[in-house]
Design a binder for this molecule. Sequence first.
Ligand SMILES: Nc1ncnc2c1ncn2[C@@H]1O[C@H](COP(=O)(O)OP(=O)(O)O)[C@@H](O)[C@H]1O
Ligand SMILES: [Mg+2]
Length: 431
Amino acid sequence: MRRLSVYIEIKGTQVCVGEICGNTPEDAVFSYAKEYMEKQGAVPISLSLPFSDSAFSPARTKNFFEGLLPEGFTRRCVAEWMHVNEDDYLSILAGLGCECLGAVKIIEGENPPILPDYRKLTSEDVRNLAKEGATESAQLMTKSHLSLTGASGKAGLYYDEKENQWYLPIGDAPSTHIVKQSHIRLEGIVTNEQLCLLTASYLGIDTPDSFVVDTGEAGDGDVLFATKRYDRIMNAEPKLINQLPVPSRLHQEDFAQALGISSFHKYEHNQEGYLKKMFSLLRAFSSEPLTDQLKLWDICLFNYLIGNTDNHIKNLSLLYSQDLKGVRLAPAYDMVSTAIYESSTKEMALSVGGVYLLDRIERRHFEKEAQNAGLGVKLAMKRFDDMASGFEKALSRAAAFLTEQGFASAEEIQKRILQKGGIRYLRSETG
Ligand SMILES: Nc1ncnc2c1ncn2[C@@H]1O[C@H](COP(=O)(O)OP(=O)(O)O)[C@@H](O)[C@H]1O
Ligand SMILES: [Mg+2]
């Protein structure tokens, strides 16, 4: 039987929390170690896995741990590099679990520890990463034993800001940035994401620092989207690897993991009421329930305005404090206008007031949703009106900023967002 030990980093120290035992995804079960549960102030690793003396079912185990792995095409590439079946989440986790999102680390019993290291990347390496697409980043993920969720091609890298130098983390060396590649079928996606995140930040939404890395002439094959990890922090006296300061890990879990829903069901299809569930979770567990509910609400409004129909429950997360005792809504990420692409679905991943189709959602549906989710309707709708009225100005400020930086396609994307995003319906409503 395979045994995978599960660790969590608490204030910079690795603590064993339990193990996953089994041979296949159908029989593998996670259980907490008694010693961990008995530790003073110990906290469960997920809201969906509260302390228990017995093992969790294979399904509950899989919902959380498979939720740490890449999805879609990236997952397929990683599985190929590793020579394992893409459904065999245990094998992939055993291979990539050294550095995940958040502070969890998975080590298979007999695997010798891989010494942590940061390997310098040449500008040629970074250019290749921008050029090569998901197969290249999947190879990097496999090489560095690092698991990042999501379907787009990406790598977790270490960035030395002062020297403008990128490194590939090896073993359990933490990355500082997530770097995403362009997508062959979604033109300008890197600029699109940076444009949307900048606009969001101008509208007061909490977003991580991000920037576009241009390795050539700002074409899709030249650029990468880099976002600074909010789940990595530099403490006052950090350890050094290769003379580079090593950040500590903060734990995070996405809402699919926290609600115990499999990645496969990250899109709502049958009125499961995911928004209501997320608001309830924040009310019950957030250290700042009122602030976080409004933050989540603002993100929902923003996704509608830009026309981001990929706003599923793995694109929203909870971030834990260093001692794991505090839980907050994580900063907003992966906000892209998908509506500007003809090939993208026009169905939002989460229903608003019972409606999925972007062009059917109106102001009144948000009113219904606010009521449904247990928010103060007056306040929620004031935020709706404020954000809608400030949106165009924030978007054009962000587009002007990016154009000045040399990303001229930002203006074209801005135009298409105004034609295709939810903002279009509001503009026509007010004449
Ligand atoms: N700045 C960040 N800091 C920490 N975690 C992040 C950050 N940005 C994204 N993530 C995490 O990485 C995952 C993948 O990133 P995402 O942008 O959603 O990629 P994709 O486009 O493949 O879905 C997210 O689900 C989120 O948990
Ligand atoms: Mg995502």
